[in-house]
Design a protein. Structure first.
Length: 96
């Protein structure tokens, strides 16, 4: 099964794409689980941290591999946006 995933992910960045996907899903699941107990200031930090992690990943992926690493670039940007929206929604829910 792992070999078929590697074959599928090869055009999108290969193993790095799979590892980044696992990291994105795990971090989002942890955020959903712990978001109610995380202070608002830390949620703001999560938004900044997501941008600091995802934007260099996307720039690095486009600079090193061009079109072959396009999947990594898009995945990291989508990951940043989803984390940011989730944190923003939780902060606005608390302020109501």
């Amino acid at each position: 099964m792992l070999e078929s995933l590697r074959t599928w992910a090869a055009p999108y960045g290969g193993d790095a794409f799979l590892y980044l996907t696992v990291l994105a899903v795990a971090s989002y699941a942890a955020l959903l689980y712990f978001k109610a107990s995380v202070p608002t200031a830390r949620l703001r930090r999560f938004i900044r941290l997501a941008a600091l992690v995802a934007l260099p990943f996307s720039v690095l992926a486009m600079e090193t591999g061009g079109g072959q690493n396009l999947g990594i670039a898009i995945l990291s940007l989508v990951w940043c946006v989803i984390i940011g929206i989730t944190c923003k929604n939780e902060m606005s829910r608390r302020s109501e």
